[in-house]
Design a protein around this ligand. Structure first.
Ligand code: PEP
Ligand code: MG
Length: 325
């Protein structure tokens, strides 16, 4: 089976009705990048920068951070990579950083909240990325943003770092693209204003689902309680892709659902064309993409969104079967 997937590496990720789908990798270590050629992924849709921070025993200073990001960019050559700024806190702790215990760590002091409260860390990180990508493309995105005001604060820090590098006479990244993760439902109700400010969106469906249903993503007791294919989640995902398309800005799903064939089929039916996933999922997802006629299933999938079913999973499974997906 692995061999069958390897044989797909050079074939296009294109649906039967001619829609190209970008299949990207989620990564966090240099070693993960060996999977790019192996899978034929078109780039890295989510580089979790907290991973290199977590495996070190001391805070990586500016030169070490530049080195980390430069290696990633060099390793990928012409393929794009999206760097996500630190998403620590919650269950991801840095051994050399002190936290007060939060009662609900996933909803606590984490990600962009720490970055905005400790701007020196964010500034270092952005400076390192800007220098690592001098003269080359750079994509940066911010995690766990809950409101436009937070996004504006993060963008102001980035603008300050760009101005600082420019004043030094350094060569800047070109082009520099900035995006935001959609993980907190509140931000979805400011999506028009978000889209005016960023170049792309990336849906962190793991956290978005967790916060939409107030359901801990790590709890085994809740693992089967709510489904990512619930109408409420699908409706929100549809709103996001419609808004992004109308604004002409790319939108990617980088949560785990993007790497599951049935979920990915539903995302394509809603209009998504960019999916970022764990390396092992690329083969199965490409197989699904190549067997799918999106136009044939899209109206039916969209009609299901108004249903009051617990989940659309059973109906989507029958649909997939009927259409030979
Ligand atoms: C997500 O929340 O879906 C996501 C991609 O981010 P992480 O899994 O790193 O929280
Ligand atoms: Mg997340």
């Amino acid at each position: 089976r692995q061999q069958a997937f390897a044989a797909l590496r050079h074939l296009p990720a294109e649906t039967r009705d001619g829609n190209h789908v970008s299949l990207l990798l989620n990564a966090g270590m240099l070693a993960d990048l060996t999977h790019v050629e192996e899978t034929g992924a078109s780039g890295v849709g989510l580089y979790r920068t907290e991973i290199p921070f977590m495996i070190r025993s001391a805070y990586p200073d500016l030169p070490s951070q530049i080195d980390i990001y430069q290696r990633v960019i060099d390793r990928l050559g012409d393929r794009p990579v999206v760097f996500r700024t630190l998403d620590v806190g919650g269950d991801k702790r840095l051994p050399y950083f002190t936290y007060d215990d939060d009662e609900n760590p996933a909803m606590g002091w984490r990600a962009i909240r720490i970055s905005l409260d400790r701007p020196a860390m964010l500034r270092h990180q952005l400076r390192a990325m800007i220098r690592a990508a001098a003269g080359r493309p750079l994509s940066i995105m911010f995690p766990m943003v809950s409101e436009v005001a937070e996004l504006d604060s993060a963008l102001a820090v980035l603008a300050m770092e760009v101005a600082r590098e420019s004043a030094r006479g350094a060569s800047l990244p070109s082009p520099l693209s900035v995006g935001v993760m959609i993980e907190v439902p509140a931000l979805c109700w400011q999506i028009d204003q978000v889209l005016e400010r960023v170049d792309f969106l990336s849906v962190g469906s793991n956290d978005l689902m967790q916060f939409l249903f107030a359901s801990d993503r790590g709890s085994p007791l809740l693992a089967d309680r709510y489904d990512t294919l619930a109408p409420a989640m699908m409706k929100l995902l549809q709103l996001l892709v419609q808004k992004a398309d109308a604004a002409g800005k790319p939108i990617t799903v980088c949560g785990e659902m993007a790497g599951r064939p049935l979920e990915a089929m539903a995302l394509l039916a809603l209009g998504y064309r960019r999916l970022s996933m764990t390396p092992a999922a690329i083969g199965p997802i490409k197989t699904m993409v190549r067997s799918l006629d999106v136009a044939a299933i899209s109206p039916y999938v969209c009609s299901l969104i108004e249903s009051t079913d617990h989940s659309l999973r059973h109906k989507l499974r029958s649909l997939a079967k009927d259409h030979g997906v």
